[in-house]
Design a protein around this ligand. Structure first.
Ligand code: PHE
Length: 382
């Protein structure tokens, strides 16, 4: 009888061990970080590179023994650049995966859809890339690794006047997108404040493919420059139609133009945009990052990748400093950030926005006939 009991007891223990292993309870030793990136949909080049760079950064931490003695695990969700899906992904990460920190979203419209919810639920939300000014307004748990749209709009307007000698500008923007309208406003304000005239400000709705009517009106204003605040997929259509109508104007854009060189043709040559870094810079942090990313993924990392890598480092280093991923303590540790990363030196202002510079790039034709970018200059915040 005693023997039987012992055997049954041993069996129970074995079963319990098997159950723990199978349900992944044994894995609870990882530090889980969530991310919501648009790895499919219209800006998938952005989302994929940003997520891949996060994985690269996390592997570097894990190779050194992890964070707080645990291996870091990235739980990656795809929102297809659809704000409703960004919200679903956030809820899933919080309720199912029980993460306390989320890196995301990618574009401003998607991030703006979740900032209030994240703040209310006490989650630390750190967007690597969303530049719209109001992204961090929802509360003290929302941070970002990039500069704001008011800064890039202002930089491009000032560049047009001071460096290109522009007097007349036109703007063509997406009236339904916060990123596009925010940029339109800051460009217009600065261009006018510096003595220029905005001769045409035309709009379209996201998803539109034919911009000919607006371009005809813009042409009538005879502008020196045309500011196009949108992402590469739309810009590659607009630049073609601008040239097809024979409009000879210098085109200017924001960070959403990143990847344009891979998507557009001859018509984009001569355009200028501002971005978060140049992969050609000789800064040792940039050189090292570009080398590692190319080695692992076989392509040159875009600005989204550089920001994803930096955001991961900033957050994981703050978790190490805080000794926990508890959002309240992590927030305080993040505010102490004061270090040079790939996209520049990062410190946070009172509203959790980094104070950092921007790089102006020119779209040129490379020796191999393919489009590429040329470094023009760097602009520091005032
Ligand atoms: N800043 C863009 C947004 O807020 C996203 C982006 C970041 C695009 C970096 C290109 C480079 O929507």
């Amino acid at each position: 009888m005693k023997r039987k009991l012992l055997v049954v007891g041993a069996l129970v223990v074995v079963l319990a061990v098997i159950i723990v292993l199978l349900t992944g309870r044994g894995k609870s030793d990882t530090l889980k970080i969530g991310t919501i990136m648009s790895t499919s949909g219209p800006v998938s080049h952005f989302g994929t590179q940003c997520r891949d760079a996060m994985l690269l950064a996390i592997d570097e931490f894990n190779a050194r023994g992890g964070v707080l003695g645990k291996q870091v695990e990235l739980i990656a969700e795809d929102d297809e650049k659809n704000p409703e899906k960004t919200m679903n992904a956030l809820i899933k990460l919080i309720t199912k995966d029980k993460v306390k920190v989320v890196l995301g979203g990618l574009t401003s419209d998607c991030t703006l859809a979740i900032t209030k919810e994240a703040q209310q639920r006490g989650i630390l939300l750190f967007t690597p890339t969303s530049t719209n000014d109001s992204v961090t307004d929802a509360g003290d748990l929302i941070f970002r690794a990039c500069f704001k749209d008011s800064f890039q709009g202002q930089v491009m307007a000032q560049f047009a006047i001071e460096n290109l000698g522009a007097k007349k500008a036109a703007i063509l923007y997406d009236m339904n997108n916060d990123y596009s309208t925010g940029l339109m406003k800051s460009f217009e304000e600065t261009f006018t404040a510096f003595g220029g005239t905005v001769v045409a400000s035309e709009s379209y709705a996201g998803g539109d493919k034919d911009f000919n009517a607006q371009i005809t009106k813009i042409k009538a204003g005879d502008p020196d420059v045309l500011f196009l605040p949108d992402y590469y997929n739309t810009i590659s259509l607009i630049t073609k139609q601008v040239r097809n109508q024979g409009l000879d104007v210098i085109m200017l854009g924001p960070d959403g133009w990143d990847e344009l060189v891979g998507q557009a043709g001859e018509e984009a040559v001569g355009g200028y945009y501002c971005n978060h870094y140049s992969p050609d810079a000789d800064d040792p942090d940039v050189v090292e990052f570009v080398r590692k990313y190319r080695e692992r993924y076989g392509v040159t990392p875009n600005a989204l990748a550089a920001l994803g890598y930096d955001a991961t480092y900033i957050v994981l280093e703050a978790i190490e400093r805080a000794g926990t991923d508890d959002p309240q303590k992590l927030k305080a540790a993040l505010m102490e950030t004061d270090k040079k990363y790939v996209t520049g030196h990062i410190t946070f202002d009172a509203n959790r926005n980094p104070v950092k510079s921007t790089t102006i790039l020119k779209v040129v034709k490379g020796a191999d006939g393919k489009l590429t970018t040329e470094y023009v200059g760097m602009v520091n915040p005032e």
